[in-house]
Design a protein around this ligand. Sequence first.
Ligand SMILES: C[S@@+](CC[C@H](N)C(=O)[O-])C[C@H]1O[C@@H](n2cnc3c(N)ncnc32)[C@H](O)[C@@H]1O
Length: 287
Amino acid sequence: MSGIATFSRRTAALYCCACTAVLILSPPATAQFPFDVPYVPTPQVVVDEMLRVANVGPRDFVIDLGSGDGRIPITAAKKFGARALGVELDEHLIFQSEESARQAAVEDRVTFLHQDLFKTDISRATVITMYLLPAVNRRLRPRLLDLKPGTRIVAHDFDLEDWKPDRKVTIRKNVFLWIVPAKVAGRWRMRVMLPGGERDFEFELRQRFQEIDGLARVEGRIAAPLWEPKLDGERISFIMVDTADADNEASLYFLGRVGGNAMEGEARRGVGKAQTTVKWRAVRVGS
Ligand SMILES: C[S@@+](CC[C@H](N)C(=O)[O-])C[C@H]1O[C@@H](n2cnc3c(N)ncnc32)[C@H](O)[C@@H]1O
């Protein structure tokens, strides 16, 4: 490793440790009583990176939990065209945020609420941003997992423990992105019209956050794994090997969307010129 690389990695590591120590040890800058997390602003370049990684755009509604001086909601509106809400317990920071929103000419797209993030309705968010402490993240996690599938959550420095991020980018800080996964665990029954006739499948999915695996039964007879299972918000994909006709085995590539107790989409049988595409739909028949 070159000297420069060693130096810059060490510098970055020290910088990150210093910020973490400030966040953990310093008292709130303006608060009269201890809040769940002290006020430490996110560096602007990291704010930009959080919103870029979350792919924020004009159709998004961003909620920053513990919004400090309002820089994340204001940036979401000013640079990415989103609507945004900041929730903050420190009244002085709310005044400062509202003034900054006026100066940035985004006051029609950004709102600040002086209230506890734990008492805030976050169900309208398409993107949640947060720079909070591990214990606060832990308390928030069940509510984050209950958000609409596909909602993006972006944080830096502190992660969500064993809910692994879907993406991690390191630019000055570790920026983590999670996509809220649909709840797919259970037994599912599916009927697919294939060229050789109608086929019934039953499959069972196990789930841990966005990680899934499963087992399929074709016509109640054969148990086979679901290969390459992937869950990305409400989008699901997996591959089954169709063994019903021993002389004409082929992979079935399923791609679909989950909505509550149903999922549907298209399945492709075979590859290249030999492929056919059919519609499929599955319903949950057991937990
Ligand atoms: C580390 S700062 C982050 C500020 C801003 N999000 C940023 O990244 O620049 C955390 C903020 O959360 C606020 N806070 C702490 N506990 C809170 C709670 N229960 N409800 C709302 N805000 C809270 C603090 O006052 C502080 O401004």
